[in-house]
Design a protein around this ligand. Structure first.
Ligand code: ZN
Ligand code: ZN
Length: 143
């Protein structure tokens, strides 16, 4: 049986390896996690995998377009498996929680630049900043 992850790796001519499959499985279950979290999750499957191996896998998967790397200002880089759909992110200023937000009007780029400077624009990256429900609740309970 060929898993979806194996098919994706083959589609971009990357060799199917256990660390690559483990990283993809971790990101599928836990979108928007940072490198340290990916390492911890992968070690649940492959206890002996090194930091460097996970860094290398993340770089290879990102370069191949299988994984999307996002880095909101002031935050560490996060990774996710949801790629190529130009979705955006909402980030909590208090705890750093990130959630997906679909394109404003459905198709990339979902925002039309007021002046495109002659560029052919294919993506609009938007970060919505705010306070997540958990932090809003904590704040109102605390004061
Ligand atoms: Zn929060
Ligand atoms: Zn996302």
């Amino acid at each position: 049986m060929t898993s979806d992850s194996e098919a994706r790796l083959r589609a971009v001519s990357l060799r199917v390896t256990r660390p690559r499959l483990a990283v993809m499985a971790a990101l599928r279950d836990h979108p928007h996690v940072d490198t340290d979290t990916v390492i911890a999750l992968v070690r649940g499957d492959l206890p002996t995998v090194s930091h460097q191996a996970v860094y290398d896998v993340l770089r290879a998967l990102t370069d191949a377009g299988l994984v999307r790397r996002i880095q909101p200002a002031g935050a560490t880089a996060r990774y996710e498996m949801r790629v190529r759909d130009n979705h955006h992110h909402v980030v909590c200023r208090s705890c750093g929680t990130i959630a997906d937000v679909d394109c404003s009007v459905g198709n990339a780029p979902c925002l039309i630049a007021s002046d495109d400077h002659g560029f052919v624009i294919d993506e609009a990256e938007v970060v919505y900043w705010g306070t997540c429900p958990t932090c809003v609740t904590k704040r109102s309970e605390g004061s």
